[in-house]
Design a protein around this ligand. Structure first.
Ligand SMILES: [Zn+2]
Length: 433
């Protein structure tokens, strides 16, 4: 194993937790003393920095939400003096007012260090040529990866997004060995290369892809490897915590969250209770060392779970598993949290189905009813009623064990369920709340 920072990355767990506690304590005292926003928040929650006596006392602190940034637009909750801020990034604001993130010199250095560790853990380093095809600008992807790649001594090819044919020519001419971009842009590059008569697998040196900023799946990873000969690594981060910061290592068993930089928690999105290690819920992140815009218990809204077991790579820092959905999409059925993405995931494993489905939720009396309509694959569709009953039973059983709630399954003929362009609307909720 090659680490960027071996002393930190393979630190014994107990030492890492001691370090996290010290950093948390310092952060909380600083914010209570110097930030009007955090001081008021902690007062309202009835918590004083002296109450934080162990690392798990973090759960006494109040949550932070995206609307806290929006409500204080553009920079009213920044904690660093104005002249110490050296960079701004701004989120696109597709779902409301944009949010502004600021960085001091130390914040930028920490972000870059985080990415240097991440890129090294993907097997990259000096001698690599990393093509950064994330957008450069207000979005954090381009500049974030750019400085991380430079830090590890790789050569950066800052192509940004667009002009795909030229990107492919430069990839060939300058012998790029890795690319950082969104999964959809990587697929687009692969298809464009094919049209140009270029095989990424045989005619370029590209061997790794650092992809993120959009959801993607294990089947996409396989497809990228088979068609392009490229090993894809998942990278994670949101602008509120700095930008992309964490990635998988070569063991590809989850995304390492550098514990000296951030402290992740998984909570029940409804009650806010911290869940046991290994349980799936909403990811909450505290950035332990950030000056301009500290984030304490920030509710990211992504659904995942934490794996705290030792990683095959030897790093001791916890890992989060692939994001399986967003809290905003969650349904509560008879008191149980159900994610449409979990339904999708369970259905993917049933070969008799075509992959199209629709969830309908209704309330009969005081009970919620959830009906999942699934389309049978043409090759599995049969005139024999017994065959269809068996498929229905199989789907009901699979969903019951995946969701912990009984659902009614209705089979639909091949081609009969709606198709979606862009974001699919697979849930119809008829309950009046
Ligand atoms: Zn690892």
């Amino acid at each position: 194993m090659h680490c960027w920072d071996p002393r930190i990355e393979t630190m014994p767990k107990e030492d890492l937790q001691k370090l996290q506690y010290r950093l948390l304590k310092t952060l909380v005292y600083r914010l209570y003393s110097f930030s009007e926003f955090y001081h008021r928040r902690m007062k309202e929650a009835g918590v004083h920095p002296d109450d934080i006596r162990t690392l798990s006392d973090i759960r006494l602190l109040p949550f932070m939400y995206k609307h806290d940034l929006r409500d204080n637009y553009p920079n009213r909750i920044f904690c660093a003096p104005h002249d110490e801020v050296v960079r701004y990034h701004v989120s696109s604001g597709t779902t409301g007012k944009p949010t502004v993130v600021g960085y001091t010199r130390k914040d930028l250095d920490l972000w870059t260090t985080s990415l240097a560790r991440a890129l090294t853990s993907c097997g990259l380093g000096r001698g690599d040529v990393i093509q950064v095809s994330y957008g450069y600008g207000l979005f954090t992807g381009g500049l974030g990866l750019h400085y991380g790649a430079e830090r590890i001594g790789a050569a950066v090819l800052p192509t940004s997004v667009g002009n795909t044919e030229r990107q492919i020519e430069l990839m060939q001419d300058l012998k790029a060995t890795a690319i950082a971009c969104t999964p959809s842009y990587l697929i687009h590059i692969g298809e464009a290369a094919e049209r140009m008569g270029i095989s990424i697998k045989n005619d370029t040196d590209l061997r790794s892809a650092i992809i993120g900023a959009e959801p993607w799946s294990e089947s996409m990873r396989t497809r990228i490897y088979e068609t392009m000969g490229v090993k894809a690594y998942n990278i994670y981060g949101t602008s509120e915590i700095s930008g992309p910061m964490f990635s998988e290592c070569t063991a590809q068993q989850g995304i390492h969250i550098w514990g000296d930089i951030a402290y992740p928690e998984i909570i029940d999105p409804v009650t806010g209770e911290v869940l046991e290690s290994g349980e799936s819920g909403e990811l909450v992140m505290t950035v332990l060392q950030k000056e301009a815009l500290p984030m304490i218990r920030y509710r990211i809204g992504d659904i995942t779970r934490i794996d705290d077991e030792p990683c095959a790579c030897g790093r001791t820092h916890p890992r989060i598993q692939r994001i399986t959905g967003r809290v905003d999409d969650m349904l509560i059925i008879r008191g149980i949290n159900v994610f449409p993405s979990a339904v999708e995931h369970a259905l993917l494993g049933i070969p008799e189905l075509a992959g199209h489905f629709l969830i309908e939720v209704d309330r009969k009396g005081s009970l919620d009813d959830m009906i999942v309509r699934v389309e049978v694959a043409p090759e599995a569709f049969s005139d024999r009623i017994n065959d269809l009953i068996n498929i229905k039973k199989k789907v009901e059983h699979t969903l019951k064990s995946a969701l912990n709630v009984a659902v009614v399954v209705e089979l639909a003929e091949p081609g009969s369920l709606p198709r979606f362009e862009g974001k699919a609307k697979r849930v119809i909720d008829r309950r009046v709340i």
